[in-house]
Design a protein around this ligand. Structure first.
Ligand code: MRU
Length: 317
């Protein structure tokens, strides 16, 4: 991804360290977080220095490499960081196998990461066909390069068509409470893609006015029947899209498809802190006494999904 004209990934290896663009600080300041141990990587995942399912998987792969001397303990530590994104568990399992079979675990981790990146690139190529000139696309949360190491899932096709000079416009839901939509707006502005950030509750308004042609979102875990977990608020966008006859696509690589989970009801939904809702950038926006519930994801039944944009092509349910 381009940041101020320079190519970056959301995380990368630098000798014995793993460096992350600190997503807690974006877009107000651009800072790099350094992880030297598997514990540092676990902290980065839990505290959302790095976020987005494929990027969490990539971080976990490097975390396993840093903690190679004690693979069981490293795996346990990493698996306890966040429960919903399947990529995390997929990457840990991949690395457990690799540690048994390879001499250089950092090579194995970097193979994992390069594969994720190339899958996102392929998602971009397959998704292009869905986007015609002058279309308006609605997306939720951030399924861009930040969330996937590079290219993105939902944003990958948009990057491609923009490069090919198709005219598009993107609505990005702000995505309360953590405002990942602001990260999407930041990525789009770095690429020069025309867009507007909208309050989460404005999406239905624009869909009903026929100002949205297609909805494309990412996913955190996809069940065998096609139900999927994604950032809280996705379900209502899908229902609204169906009501207004707007095609609704999910973009995700193989590492997000969980073969053990048959339906969405089996997916564990992460509950996060009260502070995520009552504060923004550490500043209180609500009084202390407010009681809060903060589920980080919801489940969208497969009946709302028009198709799944994967590295292998566009799949129907
Ligand atoms: O809690 P987050 O920010 O890690 O949530 C994950 C996401 O970024 C989204 O749900 C996204 O759409 C799927 S990951 C490309």
């Amino acid at each position: 991804m381009k940041i101020n004209g320079r190519e970056y990934r959301s995380l990368w290896q630098d000798r014995d360290n793993i460096l992350f663009i600190d997503q807690r600080k974006l877009p107000f300041s651009f800072e790099i977080f350094t992880a030297r141990t598997v514990k540092d990587v676990a902290f980065a995942i839990k505290e959302m220095v790095v976020r987005g399912a494929p990027a969490i998987g990539a971080a976990a792969a490097y975390g396993m490499a840093l903690g190679e001397k004690n693979p069981k303990q490293s795996a346990k530590l990493l698996r306890l960081t966040r429960p919903t994104a399947y990529d995390l568990f997929y990457a840990v399992d991949y690395m457990i196998q690799a540690i048994d079979q390879t001499k250089n675990v950092f090579d194995a981790a970097s193979t994992y990461v390069e594969t994720i990146i190339s899958h996102c690139k392929n998602i971009g190529e397959h998704g292009e066909s869905l986007i015609k000139d002058n279309m308006t696309i609605l997306t939720h949360c951030n399924a861009g390069a930040l969330a996937t190491v590079d290219y993105g899932t939902a944003l990958a096709p948009l990057r491609n068509v923009h490069k090919k000079k198709k005219k598009i416009f993107v609505f990005t839901d702000e995505t309360r409470p953590r405002l990942q939509g602001l990260l999407t707006a930041w990525e789009l502005s770095q690429e020069g893609i025309p867009h507007a950030l909208i309050p989460d509750n404005a999406a239905g308004y624009y869909m009903r006015k026929k100002e949205v042609d297609i909805v494309i979102v990412g996913a955190d875990r996809i069940a065998v029947n096609g139900d999927f977990a994604n950032k809280i608020g996705t379900y209502e966008k899908a229902v609204c899209a169906k009501e207004n006859n707007i095609p609704f696509y999910v973009a995700a690589p193989q590492s997000t498809f969980d073969p053990q989970i048959k339906t969405g009801s089996q997916i564990i939904i992460e509950e996060r802190t009260k502070q995520e809702v009552t504060e923004i950038q550490g500043k209180a926006i609500m009084p202390e006494w407010v009681m809060v519930k903060n589920p980080a994801f919801d489940i969208t039944p497969s009946k709302y999904v028009t198709g799944y944009i994967t590295e292998k092509g566009i799949l129907k349910k």
